[in-house]
Design a protein around this ligand. Structure first.
Ligand SMILES: NC(=O)c1ccc[n+]([C@@H]2O[C@H](COP(=O)([O-])OP(=O)(O)OC[C@H]3O[C@@H](n4cnc5c(N)ncnc54)[C@H](OP(=O)(O)O)[C@@H]3O)[C@@H](O)[C@H]2O)c1
Length: 286
């Protein structure tokens, strides 16, 4: 297939480029410097000249707290730009794969969310990502939307946003106790595994919404403890909670994802979280 990948310099984008290239697809990768997905004319110009079969959109505005002060920017990238992509895909008869988030849920279920659970975002970021899901599916019956959670990939070492592991290592290097929330649960997801699962879903022609989280519901505190064990570091960790640790954006308390549809496809599940972190550190070292 001729595959266009947007957000190609991001944590997931780098892995999508690697995975789809390894599977012998013809990959055309676009970083933000190449194409700003909010610019319809740029998108059309880039894609019209290529006979694209598939568009993978891993570009996103991920600054959850800052989105509360600039919701228009978040909406432009996560919502309206996905509409641009969906419209262009429709014109070119190409399939669209779009990535979304566990933050479309309000986090009150107290158990991992399934694809058919009701959505109710509680932040500007969550609303913008839900709009993207709707736009992706509004213009195409063949769109594939993958919701994921707490993405970490080796490209995060060099990106401005980074990831949770890099934040933990940076904070630990400063010394002093680390306060980490113990009452919020997510399912951290290793970008190379997400890229593999994406390719397998695409090659099977799957459509609609799928959950593709890392597979293990875990609090940020316990996740940090796991990270430091694997890094052979022992900073002082102090559990805190959302009442003590206020952020600009509200976050769902329990947003782990159950990969319910994915597990039914017979695709090999993602490796365990311990293995994902171990793999991350070996790539980071390399
Ligand atoms: N990271 C997480 O914890 C997490 C959790 C749940 C869901 N997700 C979703 O998973 C997907 C992949 O996330 P990720 O971790 O790979 O994110 P990432 O590392 O932040 O990569 C996103 C990429 O999109 C680019 N981008 C931003 N605005 C753009 C625009 N207007 N036009 C073109 N490119 C633009 C960014 O470029 P700049 O760096 O130059 O801005 C960056 O390279 C996203 O859909 C995200 O919402 C992520």
């Amino acid at each position: 297939m001729q595959v266009a990948i947007f957000g190609a310099a991001g944590q997931l984008g780098v892995e999508l480029v690697r995975e789809f290239t390894a599977r012998s697809h013809q990959v055309h990768s676009f970083r933000r410097a190449d194409v700003d997905i909010t610019e319809t004319s740029q998108l059309e110009a880039k894609l019209a000249s290529l006979e694209i079969d598939l568009v993978l959109n891993s570009a996103a505005y991920n600054k959850v707290d800052i989105a509360e002060t600039e919701p228009q920017v978040a909406y432009a990238v996560n919502g309206l730009a996905v509409r641009n992509l969906a419209v262009v895909c429709r014109q070119l008869d190409a399939r669209l794969v779009h990535f979304s988030t566990d933050y479309v849920f309000d986090g009150t279920a107290g158990r991992p969310y399934r694809e058919d659970d009701p959505v109710r975002p509680i932040s500007a970021y969550g609303v913008s990502k839900l709009a993207g899901e709707f736009y992706a599916q509004a213009y195409s019956d063949s769109a594939l939307v993958l919701r994921t959670s707490g993405v970490f990939g080796p490209a995060g070492v060099g990106t401005a946003g980074g990831n949770f592991i890099e934040s933990m290592l940076r904070l630990a290097s400063k010394g002093g106790p680390l306060r980490i929330v113990n009452d919020h649960i997510a399912s951290p997801t290793f970008a190379p595994e997400l890229a593999r699962v994406t390719a397998e879903l695409v090659e099977r022609g799957e459509t609609g919404v799928f959950h593709a989280g890392g597979g293990q519901p875990i609090s940020w505190f316990d996740y940090a403890a796991k990270i430091f064990r694997q890094a052979n570091l022992s900073p002082e960790l102090k559990p805190t909670n959302e009442r003590e640790y206020r952020t600009a954006a509200r976050r769902p308390k329990y947003s782990a994802l159950e990969n319910w549809r994915l597990n039914k496809t017979g695709i090999l599940p993602m490796i365990s979280l311990d293995e994902q972190i171990q793999w991350y550190f070996s790539l980071r070292k390399a």
